[in-house]
Structure formats: C-alpha cells, structure tokens
Design a binder for this molecule. Structure first.
Ligand SMILES: Nc1ncnc2c1ncn2[C@@H]1O[C@H](COP(=O)(O)OP(=O)(O)OP(=O)(O)O)[C@@H](O)[C@H]1O
Ligand SMILES: [Mg+2]
Length: 251
C-alpha cells in the first residue's frame, strides 16, 4: 500500500523541502520505495535541494498535458524517485494543477511512500497537496507565527478528513519562543520530532545534498533519522560509528 504524506506549513521557509529530501533519503535506506514530488508549483525548490533541477521535462509538463507521468520521474543517485517542478515562470502557463491528483493516482501501488513537498500559504496550490495526501506532517518552527500557521493547516486538514501524523518542530534551539509542550497545547497534536538548528543543513544545501548524507552524525540528521524510523514503526538505535564521528568533526 502506498502512503501519501504531505509535509505542510502555511508559513514559508520553515524547512518543508529540507525535510522531504532528507526523509526520502532515510526511508530509502530503510528499504522503502520512495517518490518525492515537488508540489510547490509556483516556487519549487526540491530539484534544487537535490541537484535535479536541470531536467528535460518537469511536473509542470505533465500538468500541462505535454508529458507522460513516467517522463517526469527521475531517479536520484540515493535511490529514490524525484518529480521536480519547472523553475521558469513560463512553466506556469497552461498548467492544470488539479492533475496532480491523477499523477499521484498513477503511482499508487508502485511505490511505498509518496512525499509531497507542499507550497507555503493556504492558497489553492498549498491546499491541493493537502487534498491529494492521506496523511499530513505539520511542520513548524518554534515560534508563534509559525505555530499559528500550522494550526490553520491542521484545521484545513481536519475539514478534509486527513490523518494528521503530528507536528515536526524544526530549527529548535536554546532561545526558542515556544517549547514542545506549548506547541502541543496549541495545536492539540503531538510533537513527533524536534529537529535542532544545525548549520550542517545549510552547508548540505550548498552542496546540493541531503544533510543525512552530507553529515550523518550531525544533530539534525540524527533527529530526521529518528523521525523516519517512527514513520515506518521501526525502533531507532543511534550508532554514530567511528567513521561518521570523524566525518562530522571534519565538516
Ligand atoms: N534544522 C535546520 N537548521 C538550519 N537551517 C535549516 C534547518 N532546516 C532548514 N534550514 C534552512 O532553512 C532554509 C529554508 O528551508 P526550506 O527551503 O526547506 O524551507 P521550506 O519550508 O521548504 O521553504 P518554502 O516555504 O519557501 O518552500 C534553507 O536555507 C535551509 O537550509
Ligand atoms: Mg520548500
């Protein structure tokens, strides 16, 4: 059975694309067949995060009716599949965003996980990935504006009868405005991961790589691995290993 999960936040820049690319990597390591789709059609970044932005045909071509579904699915060297969106403003012309639904339907049964990298806001585009998904990961940063926006996503997802897996708090540091307990109280959903602020995430982005690969021992990588294990119901045992420890120090 294919699980279709949207990583969603109404607030921009909280780390949706980062989480999708890293979860795709770890779930693949855990033996799952993963397809990551860039459902952020107006400001897509998934291909950029993963070094797969210069592609002959993108999701936009499918949505416009100019490409078949299998022509816009690319294999990442890490072993998962990526459906990048087009980067040019011209790509938006003539696109029927609702075809995203038929696109994911074609993948059902052919992959274990479809991870949707959602657009920010709660406009038509962002709501579309909530509609297409069965399960939602609410992503937030530990501050009030971000949590308020996550609450709005939760409300829309509830109206759509979606399963909310919980909240993932990203960029956690010692000076946070809100604690995990306060966020849970606010959202009425459990915080299932607390990903620390970690400069390795930005370094990995500059290297067009997932941080779980770039620096597997970094604090953000460890927490993203823990979350991936949680999603598949596997116990997480952290074994840093000598090589990863040395690599972590070096980077
Ligand atoms: N845990 C973290 N520690 C440090 N930097 C992070 C962390 N998570 C994400 N970032 C950085 O935050 C920035 C925004 O991340 P990202 O692009 O994943 O956000 P987004 O929610 O997808 O944004 P958008 O709403 O524009 O699509 C990037 O520069 C990324 O490297
Ligand atoms: Mg993004």
């Amino acid at each position: 059975m294919t699980r279709v999960i949207a990583v969603a936040s109404a607030k921009g820049g909280v780390g949706k694309t980062t989480l999708v690319s890293n979860l795709s990597h770890v779930l693949t390591e855990l033996g799952k067949d993963v397809t990551a789709i860039d459902a952020n059609l107006t400001t897509p970044h998934l291909g950029l995060h993963l070094g797969l932005h210069m592609v002959p045909k993108s999701l936009h071509d499918f949505l416009r009716g100019d490409a078949k579904a299998n022509e816009v699915v690319y294999y990442h060297p890490y072993g998962f599949k990526v459906v990048p969106a087009g980067l040019s403003v011209n790509d938006l012309v003539g696109v029927d965003a609702d075809r995203l639904h038929s696109f994911t339907l074609k993948l059902l049964g052919k992959t274990d996980f479809i991870l949707l990298d959602s657009a920010p806001s709660l406009g038509k585009e962002a709501t579309l990935s909530l509609k297409v998904a069965d399960e939602i990961l609410l992503l937030t940063n530990p501050n009030l504006p971000s949590v308020l926006d996550a609450l709005k996503v939760a409300k829309v997802a509830e109206k759509l009868d979606k399963v909310i897996l919980g909240a993932v708090v990203n960029r956690v540091n010692k000076k946070d405005e809100l604690s995990a307990a306060e966020i849970e109280d606010f959202l009425k959903y459990p915080v299932i991961a607390k990903i620390p602020e970690d400069m390795n995430v930005q370094k990995s982005l500059a290297a067009r790589s997932a941080v779980v690969d770039y620096n597997p021992a970094s604090p953000a990588s460890v927490e993203m691995r823990r979350l991936a294990h949680y999603l598949v119901g596997k116990e997480f045992r952290y074994n840093q290993g000598l090589w990863n420890r040395l690599l972590g120090r070096f980077r």
